[in-house]
Design a binder for this molecule. Structure first.
Ligand SMILES: Nc1ncnc2c1ncn2[C@@H]1O[C@H](COP(=O)(O)OP(=O)(O)OP(=O)(O)O)[C@@H](O)[C@H]1O
Ligand code: SF4
Ligand SMILES: [Mg+2]
Length: 423
């Protein structure tokens, strides 16, 4: 399926081709999804399996030459907070380069974060030693995007799926093959095929092998980084259905990274939208797809081709995103989206908007947060932050103490009345 199209230069010919492809994609997805499962639902009472707080990942940028000095940092992830409920799914969306994969790699501790916390099973995965991390690695696994490159072509399926069992010594050696065969059956593959090589399988089958490998150690949390975007659309829905089956059967939580907002809507009852290393909006499905309050979320949703608008909750007028994403080495001051935002005003350059809770399960980071076509004339955040309409300190006012943790509180800021309300 195609990536989000936010290119203002697109020609009518491109649009016609994209629309035709989208119609057939939509038909195929709808046909197979209809034979599959209903959209996953939110359990608001579920405890979080992971809590991420103020997580940062800065990659050093070095000068060229003999003495390579650090001359800056790529702020790939810059202070994000969220939680994933036990057995639930949080979708992570945003344009290329906004920090989605880095977030996934931090959570699986393929990277060690620069700062922040990742609380899981009573430990903070951000700070534990490699020895303490070893048992946690079993519980947090990853499904990769590309089933063609993520499986070693020289290893048999049995060796690939069985490797984690051997490394973590969770079953006696002679039980590895029966366990691998059981897993192949769980993901809908022929258990007798454990001796075959990845190139003997189709893309969808390979992704099933990748899923079997991720399941080997009974994880509680799976990070799925674009798990279906390399697959044909008819296969995408089958793999999504498989992941839903597995989620229900084994109570697995997912951090689901994807470009396709229709698939995210189907699979994830909650969605976080990232822009340039920050979460700009995070909410339950109904609030994101029905009542997005951030101009960036609104632009992403409106960029979905017309024929697929129904799959993301209804038809919307197109909002074109101007310009390119700025460099994460030197992001804009204040709100990072301001260089591309049609609502931007003086305060947006001066003050960073906090990720404010504006509903029972809805947070947004925008001084002018409002529904599409309903942007407020004055910043909704000014009173809370103790600043005037231009973002300069307002004498005699005291900023509110805002708690911006990973979860949702029973008290939030109502943007219409501009008062704090309680559930
Ligand atoms: N190992 C690294 N060293 C330096 N910079 C990196 C590294 N990994 C990622 N980055 C940078 O961090 C930013 C975020 O990258 P990331 O891969 O997380 O984006 P993404 O949202 O997954 O994008 P895509 O949708 O294209 O997969 C990008 O600017 C990228 O160039
Ligand atoms: S804070 Fe300002 S620049 Fe940022 S999204 Fe809101 S209106 Fe746009
Ligand atoms: Mg990525």
């Amino acid at each position: 399926m195609s990536e989000l199209n936010t290119d203002p230069e697109q020609t009518p010919t491109d649009e016609a081709t994209a629309a035709a492809a989208a119609i057939s994609a939509e038909d195929a997805f709808a046909e197979i999804a209809a034979q599959g499962h209903a959209a996953a639902q939110l359990d608001p009472t579920a405890e979080p399996v992971i809590e991420v707080e103020d997580l940062k990942m800065y990659f050093p940028v070095k000068s060229s030459g003999l003495v390579r000095r650090v001359i800056g940092h790529v702020q790939a992830v810059d202070g994000i907070s969220f939680q994933v409920p036990k057995g639930g799914s949080l979708g992570l969306v945003g344009e290329s380069g906004c920090g989605k994969s880095t977030t996934g790699r931090l959570i699986t501790r393929l990277y060690t974060p620069t700062a922040g916390a990742m609380r899981f099973g009573g430990l903070d995965m951000a700070t534990v030693s490699n020895r303490e991390m070893k048992p946690l690695r079993k519980e947090v696994q990853m499904i990769f995007q590309d089933p063609y490159t993520s499986l070693n072509p020289r290893h048999t399926v049995g060796a690939i799926v069985g490797a984690p069992l051997a490394v973590h010594k969770v079953v006696p050696r002679k039980q590895i093959i029966p366990r691998v065969q059981e897993l192949l059956e769980v993901v809908g593959l022929n258990p007798e095929h454990y001796n075959r090589y990845p190139n003997e399988f189709s893309g969808g089958q390979r992704q099933r092998i990748g899923i079997a490998r991720a399941l080997t150690l009974n994880p509680k949390l799976l990070v799925a980084d674009e798990p279906v975007s390399a697959l044909d659309v008819s296969i995408q829905a089958q793999v999504i259905n498989l992941m839903q089956d597995l989620q229900r059967e084994f109570d697995i939580a997912f951090l689901f990274i994807a470009h396709d907002l229709a698939i995210v809507r189907h699979f994830c009852p909650e969605v976080a939208v990232m822009y340039l290393g920050k979460i700009v909006e995070i909410a339950d499905r109904e609030s994101i797809y029905g009542h997005a309050h951030h101009p960036y979320t609104q632009a992403l949703l409106s960029a979905v081709p017309d024929v697929r608008q129904a799959a993301v909750g209804g038809r919307r007028e197109r909002i074109r995103l101007e310009g390119d994403v700025p460099s994460p080495i030197n992001p804009p001051s204040g709100c990072r989206f301001r260089t591309r935002c049609h609502l931007a005003q003086e305060i947006c350059a001066k003050v960073e908007p906090p990720l404010l809770q504006i509903g029972p399960r809805h947070k947004v980071a925008c001084h002018f947060a409002g529904e599409l076509g309903d942007a407020p004339a004055t910043p909704v955040t000014a009173g809370l932050l103790g600043v005037d309409g231009q973002g300069s300190p307002e004498p005699g006012t005291t900023p509110e103490t805002l708690t911006i943790g990973p979860g949702f509180e029973d008290r939030w800021f109502d943007v219409k009345s501009r008062t704090m309300v309680t559930a």
